[in-house]
Ligand binder design. Structure first.
Ligand code: IPE
Ligand code: IPE
Ligand code: MG
Length: 246
């Protein structure tokens, strides 16, 4: 029986973020090239996106390519960029069908022009969809995001648009790539690694962390439901005592 029926619809995370990891190891263990793992990872992206939309998750953010991933072998980077273009082309229909709005965070200008073109096209086509916001983190690094925000804020102070006293958490939030997204409630990382790898450092301040040994290409809907059920069993205290919450 599916675990889906054990999910409480009134206590869903508003924002799930996923570090989709383990494509390379998945392929290697089967005797294939790493890129075969990336290809198979796109299937997990589709099922995860569809299940989240179906469950009523409002925001899903997927870590697809980090600023550090530019240092991988040229051929792997090239394949990842090509896969991105073909997935965007293929998945547009699914996004329209499920009323999913596409969004992107990261240093988008750094991506090849062909990727940017397809990305902006799908973002534009889906801009009025309301069921779920799917954010792809592409050429994304949290430190890069914070440097970028700091520069923008300093520039505004320098030009007397704001004063130093105006700098608070809300203002910093507004200058991040994620400006219109709520904080992450649940962060999932697949593949057994237990690290953050420069992902949403500011936004996960109070996220619940969930690590699974499953490699990303093997990640199923049931694995997603398991993570959400686990999340729903936790007590989020935000610094308060347990007694204060009840
Ligand atoms: C995640 O899988 C995909 C990207 C980082 C683009 P990996 O490619 O990191 O797979 P492993 O971690 O080497 O197994
Ligand atoms: C993090 O995975 C980036 C993405 C999933 C896109 P990596 O595989 O690049 O992370 P590290 O290098 O193992 O920390
Ligand atoms: Mg990895």
């Amino acid at each position: 029986m599916s675990l889906k029926s054990n999910i409480h619809p009134e206590n869903l995370p508003k924002h799930i973020a996923i570090i989709m990891d383990g494509n390379g190891r998945w392929a290697k263990e089967k005797g294939f090239l790493r890129v075969f793992g990336h290809e198979n990872g796109t299937k997990s992206v589709r099922t995860t996106v569809e299940s989240c939309a179906e469950l009523g998750i409002q925001n899903l953010t997927l870590y697809a390519f980090s600023t550090e991933n530019w240092n991988r072998p040229k051929l792997e980077v090239k394949t990842l960029m090509q896969l991105l273009i073909s997935s965007l082309k293929k998945e547009m229909k699914t996004m329209q069908k499920n009323s999913i709005r596409l969004n992107a965070i990261g240093n988008i200008e750094h991506l090849p022009a062909s990727v940017q073109k397809e990305l902006l096209h799908v973002i534009d086509e889906t801009k009025n969809n309301t069921q779920m916001t799917l954010t792809l983190a592409l050429s994304y690094g949290s430190r890069d995001e914070l440097v970028n925000a700091t520069r923008q804020i300093c520039d505004k102070v320098k030009n007397n648009i704001i004063s130093v006293e105006n700098i608070d958490e809300t203002l910093i939030n507004q200058h991040l790539y994620t400006q219109n997204l709520p904080d992450v409630d649940l962060l999932i990382r697949t593949s057994g690694e237990k690290r953050i790898s420069n992902f949403l450092l500011w936004q996960i301040a109070y996220a619940e962390l969930y690590f699974t040994d499953v490699y990303w290409p093997d990640f199923t809907n049931e694995n997603l439901y398991e993570a959400i059920i686990n999340y729903q069993k936790r007590e989020r205290r935000f610094g308060k005592t347990s007694e204060q919450l009840h």
